[in-house]
Design a protein around this ligand. Structure first.
Ligand code: FMN
Length: 353
């Protein structure tokens, strides 16, 4: 007998795809049986191990799985996940076993539709109190091997922001990264509308007078000329260093090893943390570039300059020792953006058995 009615199943999968992904594009689909769900990759197989693109894909898959498990708890269903269960089937990301049992409803389910990325320049205080910090620690769940590290002490924050600024500037300076960044932005929908996939420009927090110039920067020839005058440095400051300096909190999720399971766990932990932050009435922006470009094999696989990868890895070692940084974020209070990313209808993520 099926554990979910048709309507319950749609609600659970809808919650799953409300999870964040770096470029607001879930490259996956669900194949549903009575007591199981398979999650399949939409693009053949995951990017190669060791590179940052695989880390991005697994972080986002972790967030999808966390949302799905939280939503399933509403119907007394627990979800047991096996990641990459069949060596010979690279497209099969995960097998989920659905078990009907007496489990408590996870109260985070109500926050799933309220969580959004906020890119306002200024996040305000007050800072979190002890109880709120503890709630975040429990959300990340020390047992999973994921560590939540705060970078709020001024010296540590300065060091972290300097790494972050370098990585964010590189996204505008490096042709490959520039293409990746701007191809995700949906300039076709204008500055006032949302879209069901990709990043709506109106969600990016770009000030109205700067919008025409920002839109021009999507052309590599314009960006390259502007970079000759140091534009990438300015953009690194505006998009990262300044907002991070002004935010009441700068945090990092790190793991002991970057195997697939640990990265997936970090994605799950990040999603729980973000939902708890949302429940506190705060907003959050992920800014993981400085962590991701420090991945060991990323220079060869993803075109990150060797010197940058090495400097970032050395910088993080100073800050967090042998832990591998995966996700950096800032958090605080700010008004919600009038435009945020939408999702494709859930039916488009379903495949026949
Ligand atoms: C792994 C990951 C990396 C992300 N990286 C960034 C980033 O570098 N900068 C940023 O502003 N948002 C980043 N985001 C936020 C996504 O762009 C955002 O979640 C997505 O567009 C969906 O929007 P929503 O969070 O409002 O639902 C990241 C999200 C994830 C899960």
């Amino acid at each position: 007998m099926a554990v979910f009615s048709d309507e319950e199943l749609l609600r659970v999968l809808e919650a799953a795809i409300m999870a964040p992904s770096a470029d607001n594009r879930h490259r996956l689909f669900f194949r549903v049986a009575e007591q199981a769900i398979q999650i399949l990759y939409g693009e053949g197989e995951l990017p190669p191990a060791g590179g940052y693109k695989r880390v991005l894909a697994l972080l986002s898959l972790g967030a999808v799985l966390e949302n799905l498990s939280i939503a399933a708890s509403r119907y007394g269903v627990s979800v047991q996940v096996t990641l990459l269960p069949e060596r010979a089937r690279a497209d099969l990301l995960a097998n989920l076993r659905l078990v009907q049992q007496a489990i408590p409803v996870d109260p985070l389910w109500e926050l799933i539709p309220r969580r959004h990325t906020c890119r306002e320049v200024r996040f305000r205080g007050p800072r979190m109190n002890e109880q709120e910090l503890q709630a975040l620690d429990s959300a990340v769940c020390a047992d999973s091997g994921v560590r939540l590290v705060w970078l709020d002490e001024p010296g540590r924050r300065r060091q972290a922001i300097s790494l972050m600024r370098r990585a964010e500037s590189e996204r505008f300076r490096n042709r490959l990264l520039h293409e990746e960044l701007f191809s995700a932005i949906r300039f076709d929908v204008g500055w006032q509308s949302s879209c069901s996939e990709g990043l709506p420009p109106g969600s990016l927090g770009v000030e109205a007078p700067l919008r025409p110039f920002f839109a021009l920067l999507r052309h590599w020839s314009v960006a390259r000329s502007a970079n000759a005058l140091g534009m990438h440095h300015l953009l690194g400051i505006r998009s990262c260093a300044l907002p991070c300096r002004l935010a009441p909190h700068l945090g990092l999720l790190a793991v002991a090893a970057t195997d697939d399971q640990s990265v997936l766990d970090a994605g799950r932990a990040f999603q729980r943390l973000w939902l708890v932050v949302t429940g506190h009435g705060r907003v959050l922006q992920p800014l993981p570039a400085a962590a991701l470009y420090a991945c060991r094999a990323t220079s060869v696989l993803d075109g990150i300059p060797v010197a940058l990868q090495k400097d970032l890895a050395d910088g993080w070692r100073d800050l967090v020792g042998e832990l591998a940084p995966l996700m950096i974020f800032r958090a605080g209070f700010a008004p919600h953006s009038p435009v945020w990313s939408g999702r494709r209808p859930v039916a488009e993520y379903l495949r026949a058995r």
